[in-house]
Design a protein around this ligand. Sequence first.
Ligand SMILES: Cc1cc2nc3c(=O)[nH]c(=O)nc-3n(C[C@H](O)[C@H](O)[C@H](O)COP(=O)(O)OP(=O)(O)OC[C@H]3O[C@@H](n4cnc5c(N)ncnc54)[C@H](O)[C@@H]3O)c2cc1C
Ligand code: FES
Ligand code: FES
Length: 515
Amino acid sequence: MSKTPVSPLKSVPLQSSVLRFWHRGQILNHGNVPPDRTLLDLLREDLRLTSTKEGCAAGDCGACTVVVAEPVAGKLQYRAVNSCIKPAHAIDGMALWTAADLASPQGDLHPVQRSMVACHGSQCGFCTPGFVMSLFALYQRTVEQGQSVDTTTAHQALSGNLCRCTGYRPIVEAACQLQADPAHTLQEAPIVSALAKLEPSLQTTLETPLKPKGAANPPTGKAVASYERPTQLSALLQLRAQFPQAQLIAGATDAGLWLTQGLRRMPQIIDLTRVKALQGIERYPHHIAIGAAVNLQDAFDALAQDRPVIGPFGERFAGWPVRQSGTLGGNVANGSPIGDSMPLLIALGAQVVLMSWRQGRVTHRHVPLDRFYTGYRQSLMAPDEVLAWVVVPRPAPEEWLAVYKVSKRQEDDISAVCLALQLHLQAGRIAQVRIGAGGVAATPARAVLTEAAMQGQAWNEATLARAQDTLEREFSPLSDLRASADYRRQILRQLLQRAWLESMGQNHVRLEELV
Ligand SMILES: Cc1cc2nc3c(=O)[nH]c(=O)nc-3n(C[C@H](O)[C@H](O)[C@H](O)COP(=O)(O)OP(=O)(O)OC[C@H]3O[C@@H](n4cnc5c(N)ncnc54)[C@H](O)[C@@H]3O)c2cc1C
Ligand code: FES
Ligand code: FES
């Protein structure tokens, strides 16, 4: 990890409660938007932009999908996001499109809309605006860049959109025909230049109206609302130390649901995604370090470069919009026992780097992930600490890795059980084994007893049988709406069996290969 500049907090006029973004050719400026106002509520209720619909308000269905873009090296980078769980302030300094913004002022439809009409993809009024926006993001990422869209890319782009009337086929067809329409070029330069003018005030979010720990309440007696977007690591850590009561967020794909489903209020939010020092992925000879502001898609892509088996596993994590907003750091810090990345990271021997601001300087410590969790959604992270990096060892030549997720739906669903197995095989013997499991205990867990039953043994059917028996007994899973305890135990056995077969070169039958 590179050295980060350290600068003490300065008192700078507050800018962070004013929300500025580009929409329909101009910068919109909104004062007094509460920190926990969702983007969907801002659009529908405050701005009366009602083309964006609310379906589930949980990031699940995609009805509320809008597209945001931010300048990176002079070009816009487009993302489809679930506006229902995105705090409105998270899009400060970005450009925004809703389904009502695609047709020209003269009423000419955008190619994605024309394609949806031509393929009869336009169905109910709830889901269609969301599908169209996912296709618009896809169009900007591919067709506008001269690339074509195939079924795989279409499925990926639409993986966060549910249609309850089962009309996916014409929508996928519409996606695959996008390149047939004459290219439609969005003029990015004026948007980039309008957004660039906002940048200086984006840097000035160090000052804070939050009430420091132990300080008297402000005269009104009310805690002052604030949405903080520090850009420097030292500022983030100082905010975290001074205001432990504030809600820290990254992509808000978990925290957003606490607003809409848990009806929680968050008067004070610290958003870490603008911290430049945490936006990188750094490769070293022995490990990869993934910054806390890196989104899940980029994180899984980086891990899959070393270990291709992680690619398809990453595709099973939520849907495209959640993977584009949510972070690996957020998944690990949130500590859900059914979080997907942790069994894998435990099997890989990953560590987390926790950072804090103590005694006037940045401090840090490394904690192995298998020792990080202390109970249900509890960890060793102190209230003033931030999970800054996830550090993953690079593979040894003798490594063999398997990682499986079992969920009710293929896409956009959370695990019933997750299992990751890393073996170092030498002359047919298990020289090293690490197993991570999810959905089977109060925390993501390491299967130490099963590892002990395998360590040093020949990798054969007898060892497999012993390992299966041990693994089945090692955890006491719960029965819940995702699976019964018995099912979970059985699945652990079966996944180990599958790993054995795959390690012997017998790859499982894939349904797609039968058609
Ligand atoms: C539709 C949908 C599908 C989903 N599918 C899956 C799935 O398949 N698998 C899965 O595992 N999860 C899934 N999730 C859950 C969620 O997307 C992930 O847990 C995600 O990684 C959370 O990251 P985030 O950046 O959005 O965290 P946030 O929501 O911003 O934060 C979550 C929590 O972590 C804390 N936090 C975040 N970053 C840090 C940090 N750097 N340091 C300290 N604390 C931090 C926050 O304070 C908060 O308490 C899904 C969610 C939705 C809405
Ligand atoms: S309303 Fe369903 S994802 Fe937002
Ligand atoms: S398009 Fe809305 S249910 Fe199918």
